[in-house]
Design a protein around this ligand. Structure first.
Ligand code: NAP
Length: 287
């Protein structure tokens, strides 16, 4: 069994991106900039935003966090997004989700200019992913593929089972795996005989949001397991994944850990997406 370290891979990717970014001032006369909007004080969201802006600093990307009160109106948030859409020094806009219940999340996602949508959630980027045309690919699914590729794990023709069908993780990661010519089965809360379905998988990608849900009976001997889940273990109070790592690890050939697996990859892919938006932005202006 080998642990695939997202922490190590992400550090390597950030160091490579930092080298590139260091050349941008000379080449393009400005640096990439990410604007993050945080509505409210949810501790999980605050910690995610801090992680994202810290990574920007490490790579040399300009960044700002715009904080709005939890009671801010939808109109106030949309007007802030309009302002950032129009600001030519801003390359990427990220609105930290989830939003307070009185704000329509879809309306907010749709309002971000497609070219600045570093999360890849705008319908035109989603369509691009499904049509195989130019698009910004969502960070977490992109990170999952990078983790698999970093270990040269063969995807072509492999049986991959994904647990979860969310727009943020399950569906886009399934499409990216399909693009790699894997045979993909998407499962969810209504799937019958879930452990048996999963036990057919050469590669199991788990994105449910339930602490230690996946037990050894879900896993074929020698399978690769990627754990996207981030949960709080009620017994220990520590972060844990959707996979019961201690019980499952020895059955696998490769497995990711929580924390230190997919999470850091989400952040380095966000930085990559911001740079991609920046490069598109500056090249577009040069044309
Ligand atoms: P989500 O929107 O709540 O989706 C969860 C999915 O899991 C749904 O498709 C749901 O099925 C399925 N599910 C729930 N209970 C199930 C069960 N008992 N058996 C089979 N499937 C079940 O969550 P998400 O946004 O995809 O996130 C999933 C997890 O990944 C969460 O822990 C989240 O915190 C984590 N996450 C981590 C990162 C990272 O960077 N590491 C990024 C994003 C998310 P139905 O569709 O039938 O309801």
């Amino acid at each position: 069994m080998q642990i695939i370290s997202g922490k190590e891979l992400s550090a390597k990717l950030k160091a490579e991106m930092a080298k590139d970014v260091a050349t941008y001032m000379d080449k393009y006369r400005r640096l990439p900039k990410l604007s993050v909007i945080l509505v409210g004080e949810d501790p999980g969201s605050v910690s995610y935003v801090t992680g994202k802006t810290k990574a920007c600093d490490e790579v040399g990307i300009l960044n700002e966090t715009i904080r709005l009160e939890a009671t801010a109106s939808e109109a106030e948030l949309l007007s802030k997004i309009d302002e950032l859409n129009a600001d030519s020094t801003v390359d990427g806009i990220l609105v930290q989700l989830p939003l307070p219940k009185h704000i329509d999340e879809n309306k907010v996602i749709f309002s971000i200019k497609r070219e600045k949508d570093v999360d890849g959630f705008h319908p035109l980027n989603v369509a691009g992913l499904w049509n195989n045309t130019d698009c910004i690919v969502p960070c977490t699914p992109k990170g999952v593929i990078k983790l698999l590729k970093s270990e040269n794990i063969e995807l072509k023709g492999k049986n991959v089972v994904v647990i979860g069908r969310s727009n943020i993780v399950g569906l886009p990661v399934s499409k990216l795996l399909l693009n790699e010519n894997a045979t993909v089965t998407i499962t969810h809360s209504k799937t019958q005989n879930l452990p048996q379905v999963c036990a057919q998988a050469d590669i199991l990608v788990v994105a449910i949001g339930r602490a230690k849900f996946v037990t050894p009976d879900f896993i074929k001997n020698g399978a690769v397991v990627i754990d996207v889940g981030v949960n709080r273990d009620e017994a220990t109070g520590k972060l844990c994944g959707d996979v019961d790592f201690d019980a499952c690890a020895e059955k696998t050939s490769y497995i990711t850990k929580v924390p230190g697996g997919v999470g850091p990859m989400t952040i380095s892919c966000l930085i990559e997406n911001t740079i991609e938006c920046f490069l598109n932005n500056v090249k577009h202006k040069l044309m």
